[in-house]
Design a protein around this ligand. Structure first.
Ligand code: FAD
Length: 174
């Protein structure tokens, strides 16, 4: 979720505050439904992110349940590897029934707003689907719902919105 310098020097606490296009690690934490602890107590990461602009709290811990093998997927799309700034990032925590249908989906997106957000319409559309290109098509179509991608020197908002379903599809099928 980051180039060598970031993995070596950066902190998780700082990552929670990184504005888009930075902060890929927080995208992964959002998909994992992490809890963020500060002096005032613990809260879901989604609540924390919504209030982070006015937060004066010092984050002391971030925790989450380890996902089952194969249930967690992460993709960072950048033009320069491994240290490039994100065009976008996607994290997905998926659970499956024994026949392979999705029973629970939590998908987080980076660069699709000023901070990591969930793709709630896509999450809903995935329920009951098997991960085939036909069955995930409605989820890919729904992925753009509620997004407000950023424009920066890496990519325009239009471009990011155009390629989001392509990369989400690759993540789900890959
Ligand atoms: C060139 C560049 C490339 C980057 N690449 C990536 C990348 O590939 N992937 C990625 O995920 N991120 C990336 N980032 C974003 C960022 O550097 C990292 O996310 C990093 O984790 C930030 O950590 P830091 O400790 O340096 O935070 P700082 O930059 O020191 O802090 C950021 C903010 O968070 C506040 N803060 C820090 N710790 C806490 C705490 N415990 N409690 C409360 N507030 C706190 C600081 O006061 C500050 O306001 C990149 C940034 C840059 C500039």
């Amino acid at each position: 979720v980051g180039g060598p310098a970031i993995r070596n020097m950066a902190t998780v606490g700082g990552n929670l505050f990184a504005p888009a296009p930075y902060g890929d690690f927080t995208v992964a934490l959002l998909a994992l439904d992490a809890s963020v602890a500060a002096e005032a107590g613990e809260m879901p990461i989604e609540t924390f992110l919504a209030g982070r602009d006015t937060s004066r709290a010092v984050v002391t811990a971030v925790s989450f349940s380890l996902p089952k093998a194969e249930s967690f997927r992460f993709l960072k799309v950048s033009r320069v590897k491994p240290k490039g700034v994100s065009v976008l990032s996607i994290a997905a925590h998926l659970q499956f029934a024994t026949d392979g249908t999705v029973t629970s989906a939590r998908i987080a997106l980076g660069c699709m707003a000023d901070r990591p957000i969930r793709a709630k319409a896509a999450e809903e559309a995935l329920l009951g689907c098997k991960l085939t290109s036909e069955e995930i098509a409605p989820a890919l179509a729904a992925a753009a719902e509620g997004i407000s991608p950023i424009t920066d020197p890496i990519a325009s908002a239009w471009y990011r919105a155009e390629v989001l379903p392509v990369h989400l599809g690759r993540l789900l099928l890959g």
